[in-house]
Design a protein around this ligand. Structure first.
Ligand SMILES: O=C(O)CCC(=O)C(=O)O
Ligand SMILES: [Fe+2]
Length: 313
């Protein structure tokens, strides 16, 4: 009798030796990365760009942030839905998140730090900036690979110039027991790309196309690279975002980090190279930030497939 094999997400190693774009291993990687995204909408990257020391520093910074009183954390507001403070939501009572906009820039990080700690907190700003820069680099390596694989590198260059990086620090308080509790409900991200990282407490689960949930095991060098809705539109449906959720169990709080990319001041549109008779255009050109507002509206929230209701053809 054959044993049932649990599905696994592809694990792709990103070490310095693979990153020379002239090397044959770069070619192999870019095929591997694109296939993984086409098949699962995500993959696990093992990445050397964030050292153990930086991993420890950023999770310590996150803990210090969540230890602040709620009345301070709610000062982090934003014009964009889900970019500021999110917490005390009845359907996900364990969840609390804070977004740092323009988190790869000194200006963006300083603005946030001053709001939370008016007398300053250099250790926080330094850890955030170092972390976001390292993870943004991983995003750029991945996106360059995908774009090269599809023959649309030039389009990627203009997209890159309009990419913004939101760092979201997330805490889930432990449910204090063995029952599995919903930390975050099943969803797909409205981002272009999302790169997730979790501390030693597991919880993230990803749904395969066959409807099976796969648990993602935490490790300091593992990052979950995941496509969002905007990436689906840009690749004309070749890459679909994966459905994921967080399940909490046990007595330990969970901290996670998401570096989320969005496109500002440039319409997201599939390049002509990806449109032909066999691949008719699926989505009209759209403004990513307006889409986020639509998604948060009553109509957007009701939709099963908001990207399609917003700009589907
Ligand atoms: O906490 C996690 O690992 C996932 C968070 C997430 O899916 C999100 O913020 O969109
Ligand atoms: Fe998500």
């Amino acid at each position: 009798m054959g044993s049932l094999k649990k599905p696994n997400l592809p694990v792709i190693e990103f070490s310095v030796k693979h990153l020379d774009t002239a090397s044959s291993s770069w070619f192999t990687k870019r095929v591997e990365v694109t296939r993984a995204l086409e098949e699962y909408g995500c993959f696990i990257a093992t990445y050397e760009g964030v050292s153990q020391e930086l991993h420890d520093a950023i999770f310590l910074a996150s803990q210090e942030l969540f230890d602040l009183p709620t009345e301070v954390k709610v000062l982090n507001t934003s014009d964009t839905p889900s970019h500021g403070y999110v917490g005390q939501i009845p359907v996900i009572p364990l969840y609390e998140g804070l977004g740092i906009e323009d988190s790869t820039t000194t200006h963006g990080v300083e603005r946030f730090t001053k709001l939370m700690w008016p007398s300053g907190k250099d250790s926080f700003s330094e850890s955030v900036l170092k972390y976001t820069k390292a993870v943004a680099e991983l995003d750029q390596i991945v996106m360059r690979m995908v774009a090269t694989n599809y023959g649309i590198e030039e389009h990627y260059e203009s997209l890159l110039g309009s990419t913004t990086y939101l760092l979201k620090l997330i805490k889930y308080i432990s449910p204090q027991g063995d029952d599995r509790n919903m930390g975050i409900v099943p969803h797909t991200d409205k981002t272009f790309m999302s790169i997730l990282h979790q501390n030693e407490v597991k919880g993230l689960e990803i749904k395969t196309k066959d409807g099976e949930w796969i648990e993602v095991h935490p490790s300091p060098s593992s990052f979950i690279v995941m496509a969002g809705d905007a990436c689906m539109a840009w690749t004309n449906g070749r890459i679909e975002p994966s459905c994921h959720r967080v399940m909490m169990q046990g007595n330990t709080d969970r901290y996670s980090l998401g570096l989320f990319t969005f496109i500002r001041d440039l319409k997201v549109e599939a390049p002509q190279e990806l449109v032909d008779e066999n691949h008719p255009l699926q989505f009209k050109a759209f403004d990513h930030y307006k889409y986020l507002h639509y998604h948060a509206s009553a109509e957007g929230r009701r939709s099963k497939f908001p990207l399609k209701s917003y700009c589907g053809i």
